[in-house]
Design a protein around this ligand. Structure first.
Ligand code: CAO
Length: 445
């Protein structure tokens, strides 16, 4: 027996008039139970409308760009051999049968945001259980965490099945969203050799980490690592192994800048740290060396040069490292930057940053100057191509040609992607930065 089943928009909480951004099937397509048919996107999140039963699509009642609300019929399908036991409408009247989809689960029950393939995390297989188990669309109240590629759950699943790392795929959909065709195009480019996966094929042939029972050697306590550490750890690891890093070190003489900074902070009654001067110097350096304000595209054959200056600042929080982005740093003075930095780092430490506030950066700064140290190797925050590490300034003797002079020297540690930036430019960029700080009177503060 065949039955016409109407597919309706499930319970989507308080949302209404949500745009359809993607139709994943066509009339005549055979679909599995729980297969996603279309994707909806509100201001905050995406969710999918799945088929409640297997069958063949006979009618699509919406188009991309239409808006829909709860209970609206979006498609009709002819169910494949619906038995009485299987039919979701087994107890209702003969066809056409309304097959209202089960309500979306509450936010708390929503699945964790999927991790990209590169994170090494095992993806959760899509539910293929009985019809009674509700299809689980993405939580409509959730927002995408920072650095999670912008793609619908169906596209993520599709990419996972193909083993494609979505972080390497450029999105051609609205607002840079990755669509199915982008994934197939990316896989094709890998297959034809036009692009190479970040670390694919390298096959690090390393022995596994030994499993050690540490309690054999003394008292221990096991502490789970934080969610932020888990997420950022996977990205840090990927960036470390897939980007050829070089770290260029230099020292900037900030003796005069420090006199000005301290006097200005006192005069204005504001907190003014060297970091805001570094942000301004970085903007000037990015303007002078545009390849530092760039990203490789998914094919690795083009450099995307950015004409905006959004700087990410690494912030140490009780739960781990986060990198909020200060936008349009070229258009803000040091006082505006100081205020924004203070406000953002406070919210970062309170765990109140929105994902969007950690996206879109061009270049990052990791300042450990308030803590100490003389040098370190910051890890590039891909898809950026360079990051500036800053250690603690200290008074050091500097030879002026005739005698040693006590000067306040600030250690700069610039890590750059050697595929994009060569060593000479790494040194030029770092020297340019130092010159800006040394000659701060000419800076656009
Ligand atoms: N040399 C000497 N002193 C410095 C300095 C430097 N390079 N940088 C900052 N300081 C001083 C500041 O002036 C301030 O002193 P005063 O209060 O007397 O002015 C003090 O150190 C503390 O500064 P701060 O840390 O509060 O402010 P900041 O603007 O320098 O940094 C922030 C802000 C949010 C970046 C910082 O607090 C932070 O979280 N840093 C850690 C970043 C991190 O974890 N990076 C590692 C990433 S890689 O794993």
């Amino acid at each position: 027996m065949t039955t016409q089943i109407e597919i309706k928009v499930p319970d989507i909480g308080d949302f209404s008039d949500i745009p359809v951004i993607e139709i994943l099937v066509a009339v005549g397509d055979s679909v599995e139970a729980e297969q996603s048919l279309l994707t909806l996107e509100s201001d905050k999140a995406m969710m999918e409308v799945p088929a409640s039963v297997a069958g063949v699509i006979t009618e699509l009642r919406v188009e991309v760009g239409d808006t829909v609300s709860e209970d609206q019929v979006v498609a009709v399908l002819e169910a494949a051999e619906v038995t009485e036991a299987e039919s979701p409408a087994a107890e209702s009247a003969p066809p056409p049968v309304e097959a209202a989809l089960p309500a979306a689960p509450q936010a708390a029950a929503a699945p964790a945001a999927p991790q990209p393939a590169a994170s090494g995390a095992k993806p959760t297989p899509p539910s293929t259980g009985s019809r009674q188990s509700p299809p689980v669309p993405m939580d409509a109240n959730a927002t995408l965490p920072a650095n999670i590629p912008y793609a619908s759950p169906a596209v993520r699943r599709f990419a996972r099945e193909l083993g494609a790392d979505l972080l390497q795929v450029a999105g051609s959909g609205r607002g840079g969203r990755i669509i199915r065709e982008d994934v197939t195009g990316f896989v094709k480019s890998i297959m034809t050799g036009a692009a190479r996966p970040a670390a694919g094929g390298l096959g690090f042939d390393l022995p596994p980490q030994p499993k050690v029972n540490f309690s054999r050697y003394g008292d221990i306590e096991v502490q789970p690592i934080s969610k932020i550490q888990k997420v950022s750890g996977a990205y840090l690891h990927r960036n470390w192994v897939s980007i050829p890093h070089v770290t260029q070190n230099d020292l900037a003489d900030i003796t005069d800048m420090e006199v000005y900074r301290k006097a200005t902070a006192k005069e204005q009654g504001v907190k003014l740290t060297p970091l805001v001067f570094l942000i301004k110097a970085s903007v000037a350096a990015l303007k002078e060396f545009p390849t530092f304000n760039a990203s490789l595209d998914a094919t690795r054959e083009n450099l995307v040069l950015k004409k905006f200056f959004h700087i990410g600042i690494a912030v140490d929080t009780p739960d781990g490292l986060v990198v909020p982005v200060i936008r349009d740093c070229d258009q803000k003075d040091i006082f505006q930057l100081a205020a924004e930095l203070g406000e953002m780092s406070a919210r970062a430490r309170a765990g109140k940053l929105k994902p969007i506030e950690m996206q879109g950066g061009c270049f990052s700064i990791s300042s450990l100057g308030g803590i100490g140290g003389t040098s370190f190797t910051p890890i590039i925050n891909a898809p950026e191509v360079a990051i500036l590490g800053v250690s603690r300034s200290s008074m050091q003797p500097q030879w002026d040609g005739e005698a040693f002079q006590p000067r306040m020297m600030l250690p700069l540690c610039l890590s750059y992607d050697h595929r994009v930036i060569d060593g000479a430019n790494g040194a030029r960029f770092t020297r340019f930065l130092a010159n800006q700080l040394e000659d701060f009177g000419n800076m656009d503060l």
